[in-house]
Design a protein around this ligand. Structure first.
Ligand SMILES: [Zn+2]
Length: 270
């Protein structure tokens, strides 16, 4: 355990499941027609997200869905269903901009913010950068829009209070994620690892984190192709949920739920 940090009473380890919707926005943003070989993203809205909603409901666990604005425009009923079934919807770019943004950054962040707020009647409180890119102004704009957390950084293995222009904030928190070993993308995109081996790796990651700070966040994508929307890979996620559940003192949180707890207890975090 590090410093004066602590989890809620009785909690040994927090577990977070984060789903990056990554629908056709991913292809459109790269100037590809989302048809044929480039239609992987459409699987998210049609099959992957409904499958995950059933899975999370079956196990009664909270989860957070990061949704690009364009995908919310393509699949409004699916995104509304995420909220209606009690899960968190957070923002994830407009066209999943996986490139350096210039002056258009504020306009793009605001556009997706307004799309999600208009669709759901409730503004998102969390944001995750598509592809992890941020600029010096990103956090400032998010703060102006009322966000309470960012989940893009990779520089710590616990949540910590966000810094904006060098100042430690007590009204915004960073909830870091690990997009190499606790994400499906590298395993299925680059190393073509079978789901059974990915599951074994995730179990080992969990074991290490459970022994250390007890902060475990898994990120996966409901796409076909390099995502985990298809049954065999969704099954590995279900087996991971069962594995986590076998451990004492684990509590699942939505990211907004954990962020709010961290903000209320900011003295205990860096
Ligand atoms: Zn993404």
């Amino acid at each position: 355990m590090q410093g004066k940090f602590r989890w809620p009473e009785g909690v040994r380890c927090v577990a977070l499941l984060s789903v990056d919707f990554d629908g056709p926005s991913h292809e459109i943003g790269r100037k590809l027609r989302p048809l044929g070989i480039n239609s992987w993203g459409r699987y998210s809205g049609r099959r992957g997200v409904p499958r995950y909603l059933d899975l999370f409901e079956k196990h009664s666990i909270p989860a957070t869905f990061f949704v690009p604005g364009y995908d919310a425009e393509c699949y409004p009923e699916v995104v509304k269903d995420i909220q209606r079934r009690g899960f968190e919807v957070a923002a994830h770019g407009y066209l999943h901009e996986g490139w350096a943004l210039g002056d258009e950054e504020k306009e793009l962040l605001t556009r997706t913010h307004d799309i999600l707020a208009g669709l759901l009647g409730q503004a998102p409180v969390g944001w995750r950068s598509p592809s992890g890119r941020k600029t010096a102004r990103t956090m400032r704009v998010l703060k102006e829009l009322g966000y309470r957390y960012d989940s893009s950084d990779k520089d710590y293995d616990l949540p910590y209070m966000a810094r904006i222009d060098g100042e430690r904030r007590t009204d915004m928190v960073e909830i870091p994620n690990n997009t190499y070993s606790l994400d499906d993308f590298p395993w299925f995109k680059f190393s073509m690892t079978p789901p059974s081996e990915v599951l074994e790796q995730w179990r080992r990651e969990f074991d290490s984190l459970y022994r250390e700070n007890g902060y475990f966040m898994l990120t996966f994508h409901p796409r076909s192709g390099w995502g985990s929307g298809i049954p065999s890979r969704a099954k590995a996620i279900e087996e991971m949920i069962r594995y986590i559940r076998q451990h004492d003192g684990v509590r699942f949180f939505s990211i907004a739920g954990l962020a709010d707890w961290c903000l209320a207890n900011h003295d205990h975090f860096e």
